[in-house]
Design a protein around this ligand. Sequence first.
Ligand code: SF4
Ligand code: SF4
Length: 151
Amino acid sequence: MADNNPNPEVKCIVNTCTHWIPGNKCSAANIDILNEEVGKMSKTREQTECKTFAERRGLANMIGSADNVNWVGFAEELVGTGRQLNPTVTCVVDTCKYWHEGDLCNAEAIEVSGKNAKECQATDCATFEYNGKPSKNEKTQQAREKGEKFK
Ligand code: SF4
Ligand code: SF4
């Protein structure tokens, strides 16, 4: 991601996710924050979700998610070079006051909540704040749910 693109620091307490590591960090290279339901664009934080959540089910599950691991950040975190392990954030929740053109997030930091979650819907972006505006992002969300990549 280019330097002038905003990207928040991510704190995550979803300890049941395969990407979660102690210290409440996320080892994914990128996370997607979505509305839980298309047609019901979020007005509360409970209506958001971390779509990148994958329930940890042992080693096979971890290897299965290996294509979305921030390996460089992971290694640097382990050897302590002082750089933070932090995913990029792609967010379609344009009803949030921190939403930024290009499906980015310009909050300084976000917290993903949903301790002991067993599915994406049980996770939330706890930093969400409703901006009071209607959403223009339904189509992007639908495409994302079908597994298409963001532009
Ligand atoms: S729930 Fe989302 S933010 Fe938290 S560890 Fe999993 S992928 Fe990362
Ligand atoms: S704070 Fe708002 S814009 Fe940022 S990831 Fe959360 S819901 Fe998306």
